[in-house]
Design a binder for this molecule. Structure first.
Ligand code: C2E
Ligand code: CA
Ligand code: CA
Length: 244
């Protein structure tokens, strides 16, 4: 498990982290999930992988409790469609009674709703009753973002990086972002802008009132030891010093 910080635009502090899985090959190379999530889904191995990711993310969060607010975990459509997904989640939460479930966020994509035969809305409502929070990942890239927003009891909208890159110099992107921020706020959801790489885009997001951001500008995903060092030394917020 590697971790990428989510940073508050108000305080410049790390408020959470996204857990992003990696695979180490026998010759020591690190593979991105793009190389194996598809195969894990096709073979059904995503079920065991998903549980491993969930437990590992929770264990790290508990270990970093004094320093980190929450951790978010990606859940693929195939995982969510499994009849055992909710019982598995409930079982894992029971195994970690010291964890406040609202410190766990599940990131789901619109394809979960489109490709599934199960009632995803009902499943997500059950997950919310467990106290776990839900984030809509890659928001704005699908075909039915507004339906998604209306029908899913989400807490967080993650604005896809295609809207974020070059925002500072693109009035159309800026208008879209402002509209999504307004919509999310009116629905009682928080927004995280993904893929922030440039200081100008960061400044534009802060000016637009986007509460939180994530991206290479602050830090790439890092292995746990490096993430921990950043968390404790707060190294990744250094570039923001000029704004605070
Ligand atoms: P995602 O959930 O949209 O995750 C964000 C991806 O964008 C990550 O790629 C991250 O490294 C990358 N990223 C972050 N900041 C920036 C930036 O500023 N610029 C650019 N260009 N990219 C940035 P990663 O780690 O390779 O993950 C790829 C996808 O694999 C994820 O996309 C997610 O859909 C999936 N994935 C990752 N971990 C898991 C997992 O544990 N379970 C499942 N089911 N899927 C996972
Ligand atoms: Ca994600
Ligand atoms: Ca995303």
């Amino acid at each position: 498990m590697w971790f990428q910080p989510v940073v508050s635009t108000v305080t410049g502090q790390i408020i959470g982290a996204e857990a992003l899985v990696r695979m180490r090959t026998p010759d020591g190379r690190i593979l991105s999930p793009y190389h194996f999530i598809g195969a894990a889904e096709e073979t059904g191995m995503i079920v065991q992988l998903g549980e491993h990711v969930l437990r590992s993310a929770i264990e790290h969060l508990i270990y970093w409790s004094g320093h980190l607010g929450y951790v978010s975990v990606n859940v693929s459509p195939r995982q969510l469609a499994e009849p055992d997904f909710v019982p598995m989640l409930a079982g894992v939460l029971t195994a970690y009674p010291q964890l406040d479930p609202s410190r766990l966020v599940l990131e789901i994509t619109e394809t979960a709703m489109l490709s599934s035969t199960v009632d995803v809305g009902e499943r997500l409502a059950t997950i919310k009753r467990l106290g776990v929070r839900i984030a809509l990942d890659d928001f704005g890239t699908g075909y039915s973002s507004l339906t998604w927003l209306e029908s899913v009891p989400a807490d967080i909208v993650k604005l896809d990086r295609s809207f974020v890159a070059g925002l500072a110099v693109d009035q159309r992107k800026s208008s879209i972002i402002q509209a999504v921020l307004w919509l999310a706020r009116s629905l009682g959801m928080s927004t995280i802008a993904e893929g922030v790489e440039e200081i100008d885009d960061w400044a534009a997001l802060q000016a637009a009132g986007c509460p939180a951001v994530q991206g290479y500008f602050f830090s790439e995903p890092r292995p746990p030891e490096e993430f921990q060092e950043m968390l404790i030394n707060r190294k990744c917020v250094t570039p923001l010093a000029q704004f605070t």
